[in-house]
Design a protein around this ligand. Sequence first.
Ligand code: CUA
Length: 155
Amino acid sequence: MHFHKYEKIWLVFGLVSLILFLSIVGVSAFSHGHTPSGGMDTIDPKKVNETAPFDKPGVTQLDDDTYQVAIVALAFGYNAPELKVPAGKEIIFKVTSTDVVHSFTIDNTKVNMMVVPGQITTKSYTFDKPGKYLILCNEYCGAGHHLMSTEIEVY
Ligand code: CUA
């Protein structure tokens, strides 16, 4: 009789740990799905050119202290006309790709974003010093990878 009682306790204990384990796994899977790393939004990579803000790439002033810069990365360049932004203001970069994975890396800054088709990568940055900054791709993306660069002017 005692033997059966203990067996029951262990059975219940086993079930409780199983449920606990499953709910922990479930909760972490759930939160992963709802907080993509790096604050990314999704976009249809085939409709980039007709989806705001990428339908009009370049610099847009949002308010006195904030500018948005929309850039489309593609093999092998950046669709980012006339990149001129002021120093000391918040610049919000929004970048996406129409083909493969690239990066959006501004030399001598902390801006180093992975650019993935289907996703909008956002990064806020404030330039301290005026000057011309080189933008380049440091994710290997094909034969023209080393040609992929542009420039941003900070005034
Ligand atoms: Cu784009 Cu390397």
